[in-house]
Design a protein around this ligand. Sequence first.
Ligand SMILES: Nc1ncnc2c1ncn2[C@@H]1O[C@H](COP(=O)(O)OP(=O)(O)O)[C@@H](O)[C@H]1O
Ligand SMILES: [Mg+2]
Length: 263
Amino acid sequence: MSNTVVVTSGKGGVGKTTVTASMGFALAARGVNTLLIDGDVGLNNLDVALGMENRAAYDMADVMTGKCRVAQAILQVPGYPLYIMPSAHAVYSEQIKAGDFRALIARLGGSFDYILIDCPAGIEGGFHRAVSASEYAIVVTTPHVSAVRDADKVITLLSGYELRGISLIVNRVRGDLLARGETLEPKEISRLLRYPLLGVIPEDDEITVCSQLGRIGMAESSSRAAFEMAVGNMLTGEGRIYDPTAKYRGIIGALRSHFRRRA
Ligand SMILES: Nc1ncnc2c1ncn2[C@@H]1O[C@H](COP(=O)(O)OP(=O)(O)O)[C@@H](O)[C@H]1O
Ligand SMILES: [Mg+2]
């Protein structure tokens, strides 16, 4: 039986699709058989993020309506045990019932170690369907006060479901601001929201998920390392959290010594 994890947030644009795709890559890089389901119906952005949009002949609605077999609506990311099921188009998505979606996930459960569902924000349709089919939830937020406030609201919604665990990913953390105390501390966010941190992901220009395709295991980007730690926490509970300030402490240290020398 696989672990089903819904990736959600209080507001859109905080990085759910990025987190889903990157966690998927990091899991697959460890040899974990992973299926990503685009539950963010209507936008199709998971397959676009993965550069796979032109390969999809069928989607979730086709499976639901019996137009194709489940296996025909699942695409493999070449070279990795990573699979994706594209979302249904908006017109059909409304018709997909939570019970049918749950049954589909249960059916797929035997074939994958992990199923990650990229879910719309709590306020949008499709949230209920995705959450009610999941055992665990990851709430993605940024360190901005408004995002944290909305994360709190979605956590309230999640508490109405029988989940086995909720954890947080704080995304787009700027190490320079954090080092200067100018942004909310991820640990403080976890304390405010009363759920544990699964990971801290730095602001990273390299993040366009598409560009990560085929680059697994190659040049280290800071977000790659951060996602690997988050996946380690998910698999083994090892509790390693990326420190976005480390780099900046180094630079600040170097600048300090530079000015000291000149004084
Ligand atoms: N850690 C990050 N560093 C830099 N850009 C990021 C990061 N996470 C997400 N982004 C960018 O933010 C935008 C929104 O991310 P996305 O994953 O699509 O959010 P959502 O799915 O929650 O709407 C995208 O352009 C994405 O590339
Ligand atoms: Mg998205």
